[in-house]
Design a protein around this ligand. Structure first.
Ligand SMILES: [Zn+2]
Length: 480
């Protein structure tokens, strides 16, 4: 199949050079992506895509158009840029900090076809919720390669923080996260406070994101296991059993019933969780959930390997039957999306957990491989349709997190965030074939079908094959 690109070969209309220059100053640059198959959450159809400046100008048959650049997309899928609404950049956690900052994290994102990320801004002791957003703006300045947003994280549920919730909504960060565990990390929010936050968010028109794990079970089980010498990685999973996740999910659904708030369960990993979400949705409650790439790719068997600490994350990896139910839950639209929960700690830090599972920083780097893995393991294996794949990694996160006008769908007026994807090319995924900053990878020697060829962000070609063309700091804050 032909793969031609016409960079530097514009088809401009006739006219003297000076006139042309003036016209180009006034007009926006036009790029035509021609001959590809446009995949949306609803359709798969051959269409040309016309980009003008930063936006999509038109879709369909563009015969006879005069453009500056024409790109031959024959044989390629044309996708909306992926949206990853769950990443942790510069994340200080369990005695370390993530190696993905706004440069390294968004660089890996860009290579993975991710043109929007939403990070978490944890409230430090004594810090106001609003200043967490400012801190992230400073962290991103001069570094971000793609567009980025913030979910503030409440760690101090006092009156002044609660009073800031409408301000956070106003500042374009209407989705606030709380943790139901991690007391030692200063993240734990007790149920009565969680309920107050849920109500405050309802009043302000926001949504609560919750890390749902029962703290009582974990706080009782982990020390008991350590005391009895059960220190291997597999006990990480056993100390945070399915029951711990289920209890917490049940409790927050109950809170939604009582308050009428809107709830989003992040990184859900259990089959029972799916049934609870399904029941809640059937009752008409505003309860939604995501799962993450690693729960779909790996089971708790990985925790019995010699290099098991790579797969220590929370909630932990579950068994095959839970994983099977997750895939089915995606198909049934009970789970709304797949995110990465990118939490990239160095190998040195992961090694804290070599002989003590409870000391291993919980997290897996994953901002880059999600689009590829979901295609290869989902679409190619018949578990997802092309449209559902695009919906799970792009359209749904954009819609849920207030970006539907600009991101997640290729329609006129939307940002020209576009991935050109070869559905046939095969390659092996490992650390060296990815661009994430961690010095290790959980995704090693995985046979992949499908390859990202080009990535556009707001009309700018930022990834061209193996090259990143994006300038540091071009990424913009997503006011959602
Ligand atoms: Zn997370």
């Amino acid at each position: 199949m032909a793969r031609r690109a016409f960079y530097g070969c514009p088809r401009r209309g006739p006219g003297p050079p000076q006139k042309l220059f003036i016209r180009r100053m006034i007009e926006k640059r036009k790029i035509l992506i021609k001959g590809g198959i446009v995949v949306s959450d609803r359709s798969v159809s051959p269409m040309d895509v016309l980009i003008e400046g930063e936006q999509i100008a038109a879709l369909g048959d563009t015969a006879g158009l005069t453009v500056d650049v024409e790109i031959d997309a024959r044989g390629l899928l044309v996708l909306p840029g992926a949206v990853d609404s769950h990443v942790h950049f510069n994340d200080v956690f369990m005695n370390t900090i993530s190696v993905h900052d706004y440069y390294t994290g968004t660089l890996a994102a860009a290579y993975g076809g991710v043109t929007s990320v939403i990070d978490f801004s944890n409230q430090a002791k004594g810090e106001s919720l609003m200043s967490t957003i400012d801190t992230k703006k400073k962290e991103a300045e001069g570094l971000a390669l793609v567009d980025w947003g913030v979910h503030p994280v409440i760690t101090q549920p006092d009156t002044s923080t609660l009073n800031e919730i409408p301000l956070a909504v106003e500042a374009g960060a209407p989705t606030i996260k709380c943790y139901m565990t991690y007391r030692d990390e200063g993240l734990l929010i007790e149920d009565n406070d969680l309920k107050r936050i849920l109500m405050a968010l309802r009043e302000a028109g926001g949504m609560l994101l919750v890390h749902a794990e029962d703290n009582e079970i974990i706080e009782a089980t982990v020390p008991a296991m350590i005391d009895s010498g059960k220190v291997d990685s597999i006990y990480h999973a056993r100390s945070r059993p399915v029951k711990a996740e289920n209890n917490a999910i049940r409790r927050c659904i109950q809170m939604v019933e009582e308050t009428g708030g809107k709830l989003f369960v992040v990184h859900m990993a259990t089959a029972d969780g799916i049934e609870m979400i399904k029941d809640a949705q059937e009752k008409g409650l505003n309860v939604f959930a995501e799962t993450c790439t690693h729960y779909l790719l790996f089971t708790d068997k990985m925790l019995e390997r010699q290099d098991s600490i790579k797969w220590i994350c929370s909630p932990p990896l579950r068994d095959q039957s839970n994983q099977d139910r997750l895939w089915k839950g995606l198909k049934e639209n009970i789970i709304s999306m797949v995110t990465s929960d990118d939490a990239a700690y160095s190998w040195e830090a992961k090694l804290y957990g070599k002989n003590r599972f409870d000391l291993c920083p919980n997290g897996i780097p994953g901002v880059e491989p999600r689009l590829n893995l979901l295609y290869s393991e989902g679409v190619v294996k018949g578990r997802l349709t092309l449209s559902r794949w695009v919906e799970l990694i792009s359209t749904a996160p954009a819609r849920f997190f207030g970006l539907a006008q600009r991101k997640g769908h290729l329609h006129p007026g939307a940002d020209a965030d576009i991935v050109l994807f070869d559905p046939e090319e095969e390659w092996i995924m490992n650390r060296d074939s990815l661009h994430m900053a961690a010095d290790w990878s959980a995704y090693e020697n995985i046979k992949i079908k499908g390859k990202i060829k080009k990535v556009f962000s707001r009309g700018e070609l930022i990834i061209d094959g193996d090259r990143c063309l994006a300038k540091k700091g071009r990424g913009r804050y997503l006011h959602r």
